[in-house]
Design a protein around this ligand. Structure first.
Ligand code: GCB
Length: 599
């Protein structure tokens, strides 16, 4: 379509069908015709934010004898993409501010195709310039976004600049302080993706909630054009369904097969699914599973499950940097699997697709959340809009990943009318897109009721959730009011309850008293685990537990000069990969739970 016609078409599209263009990114970029723009990029560190004034994105070079520019991308710092900048140079370890990234790349745009620049994630906010022109901006450090660069892309050399800024602000998500490292940079893959003019922009393919031999299919083409042929094929089932789009470019249908086998943590079956629409086609492996609650139980495909969970940050401790590759995903997930888990809570933000896809392949269920982590300004409507966008971006990216069983909307928030309205809007946003997962949030409000001698929690918002989760650090932040065996719980007794965090710190190799918290010893941490596991026997609606955390992780919250040195030491595994004593206790507990539920 010539440029003018294309412009009119999109203006009309936006006016007539605003929702048709509201998707942030195309589904399944890794299934497309793409070229990675990873590698070493040139970089300028811009502490005082002067690059904008100098228009560094124009990349000007002196032409006449009187010209000069006080910047150049040539001959300076070079940074690896994907990657955080903090781990790439000692000067940048604590850096929070702006870095300009730049690189050249060659392109050969095809006729009748559209070209997109797709970013897996940039932390935290960015503006993208192609050949001197701003093409998009994005806020949010953990979700993907794309820019249609069909009109900006040149045959031959192109110059791409990304202004990245990771300064913490009150209105950001997360906000001013959080218990993990504020890594900045282009932290995930950058791709140039080529698709036909009218392409399969989005699809949602999942098991029907009632009939477990039926798969529901929604496909949306990028253009609102009726009569475009769409087909969805699952070769292993010998099934194809096809039809044509409606005036909005949508096609919905379902597919039945008595042979359909479901994905479950102990049997991670997935099927190759081919989606074709007009001249476009895209494929990927998709699994089908049902997850629901029944009273206080969580059922996967009708079978009660105890969620043997663990958390990790998207960080490789040995490198003190963000995890960003498939090899990193193997490192993190193989250690999780050895612990005996059937689920991971990806803390505290959407993690990269390598992790999500590999977990699914390995049969590990996932809880994925957005970083609504303490300190969020619930009175700010812009922050709420950002949260809704982040949630939408997360769900859209991973809605075809059956491993994801839980969408988390918040961690450790306190009741207030503003908080309630904010979180309710998130639940509404989520449920509008996806009703095939359980919605959960983690709270730290469980208190000991001295009169009744019982642990309780009063947060009416929890009624809106499918599953309630509680972070409770008995034996660490909270001394025991009673012995663990006497500690009874009465928290949201009508719903499944997950203990989403518990634990305490220990320095690997440090021995000390089993009774003294400040020994920071493996012995005290092991005792704390024994005590907590004992207490869990008194939680009638317990549907899963998740120790905090698998690996020691970098955190500016942790000042202790000898025991912490900038690390949160609650890991079951140290920053060097050594397993602490508590690891074995948790491992044995999970073996026992597995057998109990297999009976
Ligand atoms: C929490 C937070 C988690 C922290 C942890 C801790 O409750 O959810 O992000 O890292 O406590 O170690 O204090």
């Amino acid at each position: 379509m010539p440029n003018m016609k294309r412009l009119i078409f999109y203006i009309l599209l936006t006016v007539l069908f605003p929702e048709a263009v509201s998707f942030a990114a195309m589904t399944n970029v890794y299934g497309r015709d793409y070229r990675l723009l990873n590698g070493r990029w040139d970089a300028i560190v811009d502490l005082y934010d002067q690059g904008d004034r100098m228009k560094v994105y124009e990349n000007r070079k002196p032409e006449g004898n009187t010209d000069f520019y006080e910047y150049s991308f040539d001959g300076g710092l070079r940074l690896e993409v994907p990657g955080d900048w903090n781990s790439q140079s000692p000067e940048l370890k604590y850096y929070e501010g702006t870095v300009w990234y730049a690189r050249h790349f060659d392109a050969d745009p095809k006729p009748d195709c559209r070209e997109f620049l797709c970013f897996g994630a940039v932390s935290y906010r960015c503006r993208v310039y192609l050949n001197g022109r701003e093409i998009c901006s994005h806020e949010g450090g953990f979700t993907p976004f794309e820019a249609d660069v069909t009109d900006a892309l040149r045959k031959g050399d192109n110059f791409l600049v990304v202004e990245v800024n990771n300064r913490r602000t009150k209105d950001a998500i997360p906000a001013l302080a959080f218990d993990w490292w504020n890594y900045g940079g282009i932290t995930r893959d950058v791709m140039l993706v080529t698709v036909p003019d009218n392409y399969v922009e989005d699809y949602f393919i999942r098991l029907d909630k009632k009939n477990h031999d039926t798969v529901n299919v929604d496909v949306r083409m990028s253009q609102p054009e009726a009569g475009v042929k769409v087909s969805v094929e699952i070769p292993a089932l010998g099934k194809t369904v096809s039809g044509t789009t409606d005036a909005r470019g949508n096609f919905s249908t379902s597919l039945r097969s008595k042979k359909l086998r479901l994905w479950a943590p102990d049997a991670p079956v997935r099927y190759e699914v081919n989606i074709a629409g007009g001249d476009d086609s895209v494929s990927e492996r998709i699994g089908f599973r049902d997850i629901r609650t029944d009273g206080t139980r969580i059922l996967i495909n009708g079978k009660p499950q105890f969620m043997r969970c663990i958390s990790f940050h998207e960080e490789i401790p040995q490198r003190m940097g963000r995890a960003c590759s498939k090899a990193d995903a193997v490192t993190l997930l193989s250690e999780a699997r050895d612990l005996g888990v059937n689920m991971i809570r990806l803390a505290h933000y959407p993690q990269n697709e390598y992790i999500v896809r590999l977990a699914e392949e390995m049969g590990i269920a996932l809880w994925q959340e957005i970083p609504i982590w303490q300190g969020i300004d619930f009175t700010d409507n812009d922050t709420r809009d950002k949260a809704q966008k982040m949630l939408t971006e997360m769900i859209n990216r991973d809605k075809n990943r059956c491993a994801v069983g839980f969408w988390g909307v918040a961690n450790e928030t306190k009741p207030s009318p503003e908080r309630d309205a904010f979180l309710e809007s998130l639940l509404a946003t989520g449920r509008d897109i996806d009703t095939t997962r359980l919605y959960v949030a983690a709270f730290d409000l469980v208190e000991f009721d001295k009169e009744r001698k019982i642990f309780t929690m009063d947060d009416p918002f929890t009624r809106n959730l499918d599953v309630v989760a509680v972070n409770k650090y008995m034996g660490w932040y909270h001394p025991w009011p009673l012995s663990p065996a006497e500690s009874k719980w009465e928290v949201n007794t009508d719903k499944p309850l997950i203990i989403s965090e518990f634990g305490g710190e220990a320095l690997y190799g440090q021995s000390g008293s089993r009774d003294v918290v400040s020994s920071w010893s493996e012995d005290y941490q092991a005792r704390l685990y024994e005590d907590n596991l004992r207490m869990f026997e008194n939680i009638p609606n317990l549907a899963g537990v998740s120790p905090w955390i698998l690996f020691d992780f970098r955190s500016p919250f942790r000042f202790h000069p000898t025991n912490q040195e900038g690390w949160n030491r609650k890991g079951l595994v140290s920053d060097r990969g050594q397993r602490k004593k508590a690891w074995k206790i948790m491992h044995d507990y999970y073996q026992k739970k597995k057998l109990e539920y297999e009976k």
